[in-house]
Ligand binder design. Structure first.
Ligand SMILES: [Zn+2]
Length: 83
């Protein structure tokens, strides 16, 4: 699993077309893991959370194995829209 820390890395992962993105957020009751292609995974939100807020409330991770993220992070679930 790799943490996404820059817009360049985020775009590279979105463009790969395979793998998954896990998004953590301290303030939400549940967190979701998405296919990289999910329309809910938006650059605008990544920019806000990771770049502007400096990961104060949560982070983005790329993984090829969704269960790894589900076991690693609390309250992580598969996105109902893309799984
Ligand atoms: Zn999704």
């Amino acid at each position: 699993m790799e943490e996404l820390l820059s817009l360049e890395h985020f775009r590279e992962v979105k463009n790969k077309g395979y793998g998954y993105i896990a998004i953590t957020d301290k303030n939400l009751p549940k967190n979701c893991i998405h296919h990289t292609s999910c329309y809910e995974v938006k650059e605008m939100y990544f920019n806000q959370k990771v770049i502007i807020s400096n990961r104060k409330n949560g982070s983005y991770y790329f993984t090829e194995e969704p269960m790894l993220a589900i076991y690693t992070f609390e309250k992580m679930e598969k996105c109902k829209k893309c799984f």
